[in-house]
Design a protein around this ligand. Structure first.
Ligand code: ADP
Ligand code: MG
Length: 923
């Protein structure tokens, strides 16, 4: 256990400080060295460089390296110069090759290689620099370090290590120079250096700084393997001077002690312990991972304290081992000295040979050096030798000791005030803190997010509110603006109106301020109306909405019963058709009733007046075919019924019935129209202003509504006799009006009447047609057209019927025509022969001039008188036999006015006069 702990850097094998690398330089046996010398060995030159890296290369958290060994040769002293004058030195140094040749005899020698070979001329400074300075620098970096001197008494160990150099600065030894460098390097404010100075003699540790302090125990920390001497005096060093003083005191005490003990300093080991404590901010290399990278755990620097220890050991003379055993006390002493030295040697051997057991506990020296030699410390050994061949044996053993030491590897370990457990604890604490902090931050973040959300929501709603407010304001503003502009427009309008009225006023020089005011009133009125309209529209819209809704509902319900709806539709259509039919029948019945009432009334009146039995045979100056004196009284009675019918049914409807598919309907419709037209004549006959107006209005309405055209169409397209008769009657009545006469002619009415006249057999029809033509014949303007369109010939054709009523109308027509001609001749607008004569009417006139029927006779008598008034007709009349008829009229006519007319006519015509003279008729 102990050996492995020693080898493993006194860490109980737990820190990975195991020395397991093979020793690279192994010149142990002198006999074989020459042949096995390896030129590639390169560590030696590194010693000259004052760099710890050159002393050992770093690896991991320890710095592996080897105990560095230098050999120093003391110059010949006076005695040797004298005694050995004839002898050569037992050693020969080859410092440039770092080799030492040990002469065995004059012709044979062994060669050894060291890390440094220092000749007798080597200065103290150079020795310090190659042997101790790397260790010192390492100690300043925080590693433990050891510098030891080993050699025969008198070879210069104390000279190398302990010279104070008070007389000659160049003589200063390693102790003084080390302290110089340490003091120069550390900062007095934060770092500290303190020293203990001890002597190990016969396995007892004495405090050289306090001689009373004897037998100081060595305390080893079982965990970390640190060695300490709690009872040893520890003096803090502030300056070089005080240190040198301390060394001197220590030396004094050492001499005193040796005197007291009756010994020599060479028989004891002197140990200087320099404790360096350095404070610094750091931690990075602690946190670096195994690859040397800086870990993510790297934290801000923190104050750390590095404690390191430099141990300088001035060993007792090595010769005692070999020269002991002769004297009593000396023997014990030799044993004790031997114990520590031999233990050191054994340990070195064990370490060099990588042995499992390193006997560090065998001596106090090895225990004391536990944490400073090999292992985790940086160690330099200087072996001192003398040149004298007399001490060849001692020199050889010294050299071999050095060679063995060169094999000891050590692994440097930095010492700092924490370990991994505490680091782990700290890290755990830190981690917990970070976790807690993270949790807090997370919570804070979430709170912040929530707060921001709420704030954002508030802001949004605020913005929405203000936006709505702004909108409302804008809307109100717009409304105000709108009202304002409407107001302005109204004012402008009123102003304009006033201006216009004023203009009118000034233009016409009229007085009055009314219009301006009335315009404003009108505007107000209009506005009221508009508002009312708007209200109504709203109501209507509401209703429409309701209807639509209802419709929607209806549609839904309809969806299932469209067949039902179709059925209902059909029924409805049928009902409508039925209704129409019934309406038509009502109209027909009404018109029939009217007709019957009318006819009955006529008959009654006629009988009351002692009529001849023909209701239509009455004749007077009027051109109406229906005229009868007794009808005058019937007018008032009929008026109401006609008017009622007119109002109840409506003219348009009646006219529309003229085109009904039903023949009966057509017949009755045409009868109604005819009656309406006939009544007009009655009102005319009544000769009362209002009544005439009404009658005219009725006829006018019939014509305007297209009734005349419809009646003409009936004449043309229907063979039905009754329809034609009634239609012709209606036309005849309408033809009493001069304007209607022209309209009838314009619509080709004369042609239609002619056609009817030609193919009708019914006397009543022919009577109506003849009556209509007769009325047309009374119009001066239509004379030529009547002739050219066959009106006269149509009249003459009708006479084939022979019915006196018909003939009466024909005669009336001829009389009317003749009257127009004679009027035109009198006025000088006609000079040609009568168109009646041209169309061959004269024979019929002459033939019927003395007809039994008075109406016929009278019309013909008038016609002959009118014809005779125009001279160009005289010859035709004479040749046609009309002269005789005229003479007869002038003599026999019952009416006085016609008689005298005929007479005047005969007398005034020269042709008639001469013919009468030729015939010798006396006038
Ligand atoms: P040690 O301590 O090994 O017994 P010392 O250091 O006491 O030997 O040296 C013995 C003597 O040799 C001293 O007088 C010392 O001055 C002298 N000496 C030793 N080494 C040298 C040296 N390298 N140069 C000159 N004198 C030396
Ligand atoms: Mg000495």
């Amino acid at each position: 256990m102990a050996s492995s702990a020693y080898r493993n850097g006194a860490h109980g094998g737990s820190s990975g400080m195991k020395v397991d690398r093979p020793v690279q330089v192994a010149n142990i046996k002198s006999s074989s060295f020459k042949s096995r010398l390896t030129p590639s060995h390169s560590s030696g030159s590194a010693l000259r460089r004052s760099s710890p890296a050159s002393f050992a290369s770093k690896d991991g958290d320890g710095v592996p390296g080897r105990v560095r060994v230098a050999v120093r040769l003391r110059p010949r002293n006076a005695e040797e110069l004298a005694a050995d004058a004839d002898f050569a030195d037992c050693v020969e140094l080859q410092p440039e090759l770092k080799r030492l040749k040990l002469r065995k005899n004059n012709w044979d020698s062994d060669t050894y290689e060291f890390d440094e070979v220092l000749t007798e001329f080597a200065s103290q400074k150079r020795v310090y620099e190659v042997v101790a300075k790397p260790v010192v620098e390492s100690v300043l970096d925080g590693y433990n370090g050891t510098v030891m001197a080993y050699g025969q008494t008198g070879t210069g160990k104390t000279f190398t290590l302990g010279r104070l150099g008070e007389q000659d600065t160049a003589d200063r030894g390693i102790m003084v120079r080390s302290m110089e460098d340490i003091l120069a390097e550390i900062s007095p404010e934060t770092d500290s250096v303190s020293v203990s100075y001890l002597q190990l003699y016969m396995e007892a540790l004495q405090d050289l700084l306090n001689p009373a302090n004897d037998n100081i125990p060595i305390v080893e920390d079982p965990k970390i393997g640190d060695v300490s001497l709690p009872r040893a005096t520890l003096v803090e060093i502030r300056d070089q001077q005080s240190f040198v003083e301390l060394l001197r005191i220590g030396e004094t005490h050492r001499i005193a002690a040796n005197t007291k003990l009756n010994t020599e300093s060479s028989r004891s080991h002197a140990i200087l312990m320099v404790h360096v404590k350095r404070s610094f901010m750091g931690g990075d290399n602690i946190y670096s991972n195994e690859n040397g990278d800086i870990s993510h755990l790297a934290k801000p620097l923190k104050p750390l304290v590095r404690k390191s220890k430099l141990v300088v050991v001035d060993l007792a003379g090595s010769e005692r081992i070999h020269k002991s055993g002769s004297e009593g006390h000396m023997l014990e002493e030799a044993k004790s000295i031997n114990l520590s030295l031999s233990a050191l040697g054994k340990c070195i051997n064990a370490l060099a040979e990588n042995s499992a057991h390193v006997p560090i506990r065998d001596s106090k020296l090895t225990r004391l050096l536990r944490d400073s030699f090999g292992g985790t410390a940086r160690t330099s050994l200087i072996v001192t030798i003398g040149p004298s061949p007399r001490h060849r044996g001692e020199t050889t053993s010294t050299i071999l000791f050095g060679q063995r030491a060169m094999k000891v590897e050590n692994m440097l370990k930095i010492k700092e005030e924490f370990d991994y457990k505490s680091l782990s604890r700290r890290l755990e604490v830190q981690l917990d803190k970070l976790i807690a902090e993270n949790e807090r931050q997370q919570k804070a973040f979430e709170d912040e997010v929530e707060r921001i959300n709420i704030e954002a929501e508030n802001r949004v709603s605020e913005v929405e509110r203000s936006f709505a407010d702004a909108l409302e304001k804008e809307r109100l503003k717009c409304q105000m603006d709108y009202m304002e502009s409407v107001k302005q427009l109204e004012e402008k309008l009123v102003l304009n109106q006033q201006q216009r009225d004023f203009d009118v006023f000034t233009d016409s020089n009229c007085i009055g301020q009314g219009p301006g005011l009335s315009a404003a009133e009108e505007l107000v009125e209009l506005k009221k109306l508009l508002e009312k309209e708007i209200k109504l529209r709203k109501v209507a819209e509401e209703e429409v909405k309701i209807c639509k809704r209802q419709q929607g509902q209806d549609r839904q319900s309809e969806a299932g019963g469209s067949v039902e709806v179709l059925k209902l539709h059909k029924i409805l259509e049928n009902e409508a058709h039925q209704k129409k039919k019934l309406e038509e029948e009502i109209i027909i019945l009404r018109s029939q009733l009217l007709q019957l009432t009318f006819e009955a009334d006529q008959m009654k009146r006629y009988l009351d007046g002692g009529g001849s039995g023909n209701a239509y045979t009455g004749l007077d100056s009027s051109m109406s075919p229906f005229r009868h004196p007794q009808l005058k009284d019937a007018v008032n009675g009929q008026k109401a019924s006609i008017a009622t019918l007119f109002e109840q049914v409506g003219l348009q409807k009646i006219l529309a019935l003229l085109e009904s598919d039903d023949a009966n309907v057509r017949i009755h419709a045409v009868k109604v129209v005819a009656n309406l037209a006939a009544e007009a004549s009655q009102f005319l006959k009544n000769n009362e202003g209002s009544q005439i107006y009404i009658s005219k209005a009725n006829q006018k309405k019939i014509v305007e509504a297209g009734g005349l055209t419809s009646l003409l169409v009936l004449l043309r397209s229907f063979e039905d006799e009754t329809v034609r008769r009634v239609a012709a009657g209606a036309i005849a009545n309408l033809a009493m009006n001069e304007a209607n006469q022209e309209l009838i002619m314009a619509e080709g009415g004369i042609s239609l009447l002619s056609m009817t006249a030609a193919d009708a057999e019914d006397p009543q029809t022919l009577r109506m047609v003849a009556g209509a033509i007769a009325n047309l014949c009374g119009n001066d303007k239509l004379r030529m057209k009547l002739k050219s369109e066959g009106g006269i010939k149509a009249l003459l054709g009708i006479v084939r019927c022979g019915h006196p009523d018909v003939l009466s109308q024909v005669a009336r027509g001829i009389a009317n025509f003749a009257k127009c001609e004679s009027r035109a001749s009198t006025q000088g607008t006609n000079s040609s022969r009568s168109l009646l004569i041209e169309d061959g009417a004269l024979p019929w006139i002459v033939q019927n001039a003395n007809d039994e029927a008075a109406p016929i006779r009278r019309h013909i008598e008038l016609a002959l008188c009118h014809l005779a008034q125009h001279e160009v007709n005289a010859k035709d009349m004479i040749s046609g036999g009309a002269l005789w008829e005229l003479v007869r009229i002038s003599r026999d006519c019952s009416r006085e006015d016609i008689r005298s007319l005929a007479r005047r006519t005969l007398i005034s015509s020269p042709t008639f006069r001469s013919e009468l003279r030729r015939l010798r008729i006396e006038y």
